[in-house]
Design a protein around this ligand. Structure first.
Ligand SMILES: Cc1ncc(C[n+]2csc(CCOP(=O)(O)OP(=O)(O)O)c2C)c(N)n1
Length: 274
């Protein structure tokens, strides 16, 4: 496998962000905000931490990622294209009628392990993968990316109970703690308070980081690998819309693309300057 150094990951993250903007602008729809917030985490996972090989996508020893917040499909599709699972060109079909690249993460696409989009389900799916790896005595690692808005779904908390019951230390859940859900701030819609404290009460190890800081993301994922007996939750504090000034921390860009050529160009310019 190719070896990437920490300094290589920033340009990779920048490229993912550009692809996200290109995809949603071409489709004239999609979810840029929560894609841009989780970009750095995905760059680290796919280009440094996860054992995955696009040439051998069915390798039984591969690590598994479930993008539970399935509306962040542009970010996942972009990183998979960059990793070489399929040609970049296919991203142009995003959200168009004859393309597999649906607006929510779709399992028919190489590298995608589970369809998602109905919030709350992906953590349970990841637990299934983690339990199965334990039964197979396989040391592969399982990752689930969940949204903080998604944590307002009750089945996330049921899944957290199960992960703790089965001592799933092969499971790392990463919460994209950008503070915003569909049309407003999580703390106004349904306050989550201190997610780490709650997760610890549910029997999880927790690590809190700046999820847009590549070195902190690497450090937390490495640390999670060494915890034993409990699952780990990384609470990644991020900025929704990260990298595009007019999208940052603005609920409007949860599910809206740049509205014209000027906004599109400004977005690409902002990302270039990161
Ligand atoms: C079960 C379910 N209810 C509602 C929705 C509609 N919905 C799509 S995204 C979203 C907000 C998600 O917020 P968050 O998980 O914080 O995502 P992020 O801010 O990271 O994009 C909602 C309510 C959905 N996809 N699934």
């Amino acid at each position: 496998m190719e070896q990437y150094y920490n300094n290589d990951l920033k340009p990779i993250a920048r490229e993912i962000r550009k692809k996200i903007i290109e995809m949603v602008y071409t489709a004239k729809s999609g979810h840029p905000g929560g894609s841009l917030s989780i970009t750095d985490v995905l760059a680290v996972l796919y280009f440094k931490e996860m054992h995955v090989d696009p040439k051998n996508p069915d390798d039984p020893d591969r690590d598994i990622l479930v993008m539970s917040k399935g509306h962040a499909s542009p970010a996942l599709y972009a990183v998979l294209a960059m990793k070489g699972y399929f040609p970049d060109d296919l991203l142009k079909g995003f959200r168009s009628i004859n393309s597999d690249f649906e607006g929510h993460v779709h399992r028919g696409i190489p590298g995608v392990e589970s369809s998602t989009g109905s919030l709350g389900q992906g953590l349970g799916v990841a637990i299934g993968f983690a339990l199965s790896a334990k039964l197979d005595k396989n040391n592969k690692r399982i990752y689930a990316i969940i949204g903080d808005g998604e944590m307002e779904e009750g089945n996330i908390w049921e899944s957290m109970l199960a992960a703790s019951k089965y001592h799933l230390d092969n499971l790392t859940a990463i919460v994209d703690r950008n503070g915003i859900q569909l049309d407003g701030f999580t703390e106004n819609i349904m306050p989550l308070g201190d997610i780490s404290e709650k997760a610890r009460a549910f029997g999880w190890n927790t690590i809190t980081i700046d999820g847009n800081d590549i070195d902190q993301v690497i450090g937390s994922i490495e640390k999670a690998k060494n915890f034993r007996d409990k699952p780990t939750m990384i609470v990644a504090k991020t900025i929704k819309g990260k990298g595009v000034s007019y999208m940052e921390n603005n609920p409007k860009y949860h599910g809206a693309p740049p509205k014209n050529d000027d906004e599109y160009q400004r977005a690409l310019k902002d990302i270039e300057a990161m």
